[in-house]
Design a binder for this molecule. Sequence first.
Ligand SMILES: C[S@@+](CC[C@H](N)C(=O)[O-])C[C@H]1O[C@@H](n2cnc3c(N)ncnc32)[C@H](O)[C@@H]1O
Length: 336
Amino acid sequence: MDLLIGNRRYTGSKKALLEDIYTSISPYPKGRIVFADLFAGTGIVSAFMLGKGMSVIVNDFLQSNYIAYQAWFGCGDYSKKKLERIIAEFNSLNSSKLKENYFSKIYGNKYFSVSDAKKIGYIREKLEKIKLTKREKSILVTSLMYATDKIANTVGHFEHFLSKKPQDKGVLLKLPHIEPFIGNATIYKMDANKLAREITCDIAYIDPPYNARQYVNFYHVLENLVQWDKPTEFEGTSMKFKRNHLKSDYSKSKAPMVFKDLIDNLQAKLIVVSYNNTYSAKSSASNNKISESQLLDILSSKGKVTVSEIKHRSFNSGKTDFKDHKEILYICKTNL
Ligand SMILES: C[S@@+](CC[C@H](N)C(=O)[O-])C[C@H]1O[C@@H](n2cnc3c(N)ncnc32)[C@H](O)[C@@H]1O
């Protein structure tokens, strides 16, 4: 089976909410609609809207997400046969014959077994050396990133690794299934507030981080794997590289201010904002940074707002779970 865009664990992914998001915008006339996904994460919302024939502007400030958009939605050339051959070679590698490398020395025996980490590091290095088009490289790095995520010794993100010793799971790359979309995608890796000043769209979909948990802390291992700058300084036992420049203002106390700046500068006919109702979780880091009244006030200054609630399972089910979790869509028909 080929790899699909949704075959990835991602906190806050809207994979289960695609139809709800589409319903919220469907009174909107059909035709050549430009849909801007400013905090696109996995890119699954963009993929869905491309499938509905829209043109998409897709953006996230993490390189690991940007490279995946190049793979799934890019327009460069690639040879499927060549990719199949390379993937088959990678999948038949015998890890016991590989030497320790950058990736295995840092993450081996923590997030992965040493054997699996050696294979991941070897393949990533090889992707710098073999002759590939830009698109082929994006596709193979994305395939490796998905394979790495699948076998990680974590609860689903890389804030910490599990205390149990990682087992050999094998690194299995799959060929991404790339859809021939009708609409085209314009891909960015920018701060959403800067991008908002540069684009005009029909629908802007805003799905920022909701709380103090930084996405770069969740996905630092994948970000390091994709960037491949091989930093040598790490923080703490969880081996996070220095990443202050990748921390989001939406996870800080200034979140209401940056959200207002974003909305004020957006040129869109419809603005759809995803947020949830987590304001009294047991762990304060899980509580939302922008209050409901702030969201409503800021959006109301731009146009008429309606609110739609969707019941949704919280990502951190268990002791810290917030009962009666709801995902909320704030839909603002602007005066533009
Ligand atoms: C809730 S997730 C989006 C999930 C996405 N809708 C999906 O379905 O996969 C929020 C995303 O915003 C990105 N992000 C955070 N701050 C950002 C900023 N200032 N500019 C651009 N992207 C940002 C994070 O990297 C993360 O991927």
